[in-house]
Design a protein around this ligand. Structure first.
Ligand code: BEZ
Length: 393
């Protein structure tokens, strides 16, 4: 069976299994099955991020063969729509109704906050494959919550230094007004000011609004040396295109955390050329793991991998550490957690290890869009560890 057909089969089997579990709610878990729940956005501006994460995760699990540790894998799916107002209900559906062994979720920081509150009550094992909410591995850290992506503090922390080195000392920061954008801004400000820069204005649009005309007019009037921003997915495509059409790019270079151009370069086209970002991954990273991963991913799914696919793949690699240590029995919770805490992951992004607070300690690269590719032009920060404020694990 091809990877894609196998995937459709598993998804179908998962949906049927979900119905039978629902009708038998209260039954204990079947020990011959590992139940995996995806709580991800499959609609809205982050839909593509959700599917790349799921693909990457399935690729990592698929490397174990059809019945890892003699068990059947069952998959359950909830579309969280990147809607924080539905996060508690959605987390309860997957953790309590579907009673999965592990949740892979989610993308949006606000949704992650709601999901973690539920996970702290249910004790469910959670691997966050994207959402950067600082508190997830900070003030709200928990033994059962791990992250394979980044904290929102990490990607923009090195960006200010890069911009000052490029000669830009007065910047405007633009973002969606929600947790991820606000935390990206605060970390950017910290790094930029430490390097001698000044944020002359903060500009916000509500999430997931993509009406940028008013702020582009304001940027033109402010005349900063450069603009830094946080946008991702569909919103990043629109912002980069609108910035280009407004004619700002030649006078006011555009920077951002790497989500600005990840997985969306093709859609942005010419408008993205020259944009510089900082991120923990690039398509072009030269290591054998990345080359093998990119080849396997495009063969399986017919599209190019991006940072979200890598984070999903690494969530699979992390879970594999727990499965190896417990011979596939995640009910051996303390053994599973110890294995994940000590994990060193041989990732397509380069190898990284888990921090005390359960967040990756990893390199950040400076990327520049050249010829339709995110090219690595330097290492912005080696082995960057989130401060994990308020975490007492
Ligand atoms: C977040 O909400 O944490 C997030 C979403 C997309 C890209 C990066 C961060």
């Amino acid at each position: 069976m091809s990877e894609i057909n196998r995937r459709n089969f598993i998804t179908g089997a998962g949906a049927l299994a979900g119905m039978s579990i629902l009708s038998l709610s209260g039954c204990s878990k079947q020990s011959d099955t590992i139940k995996i729940g995806f709580m991800l956005p499959y609609s809205g501006t982050y839909a593509k991020l959700g599917s790349a994460i799921e693909n990457g995760f399935r690729l990592a699990m698929g490397e174990l063969g059809d019945s890892p540790f003699g068990k059947k894998l069952e998959f359950f799916t909830v579309d969280d729509e990147s809607n924080p107002a539905k996060a508690t209900d959605n987390a309860n559906k997957i953790m309590t109704r579907d009673n999965v062994d592990v949740v892979i979720g989610t993308v949006h920081s606000g949704v992650a906050m709601g999901m973690i509150k539920v996970a702290k009550e249910t004790g469910s094992l959670v691997i966050i494959p994207n959402a950067g909410a600082n508190a997830a591995t900070g003030a709200m850290c928990a033994p059962n919550v791990f992250r394979t992506s980044f904290s929102n503090w990490q990607p923009t922390h090195p960006l200010g230094k890069v911009m000052v080195e490029d000669g830009h000392k007065k910047a405007v920061f633009v973002t969606w007004k929600y947790g991820a954008g606000e935390e990206a801004l605060s970390s950017f400000r910290e790094g930029f000011e430490a390097a001698g820069g000044e944020v002359i204005k903060e500009l916000f649009v509500p999430f997931p609004n993509v009406e940028f005309q008013a702020i582009l007019t304001e940027i033109a009037a402010l005349k900063p040396d450069a603009v830094a921003c946080f946008f991702a997915g569909g919103g990043a495509v629109k912002f980069v295109k609108d910035y280009h059409v407004a004619g700002l790019k030649s006078s006011t270079p555009l920077y951002g955390s790497g989500f600005l151009t990840e997985g969306v370069l093709h859609a942005q086209g010419e408008a993205a050329e020259g944009i510089k970002t900082t991120l923990h991954y690039s398509d072009g990273l030269v290591n054998s793991k990345n080359q093998e991963f990119r080849m396997a991913y495009s063969n399986a799914f017919g599209e190019e991998a991006d940072v979200y696919a890598v984070q999903g793949y690494d969530a699979g690699l992390l879970l594999r550490k727990a499965l190896e240590a417990t011979n596939g029995d995640l009910t051996q919770r303390s053994v599973a957690i110890a294995a994940m805490e000590g994990a060193e992951i041989d990732s397509p992004r380069g190898s990284w290890r888990m921090s005390r607070a359960h967040n990756p300690i990893q390199n950040f690269y400076t990327l520049k869009v050249e010829g339709g590719e995110n090219k690595v032009v330097g290492t912005a920060w080696e082995g960057l560890e989130d401060p994990a404020s308020g975490c007492s694990l």
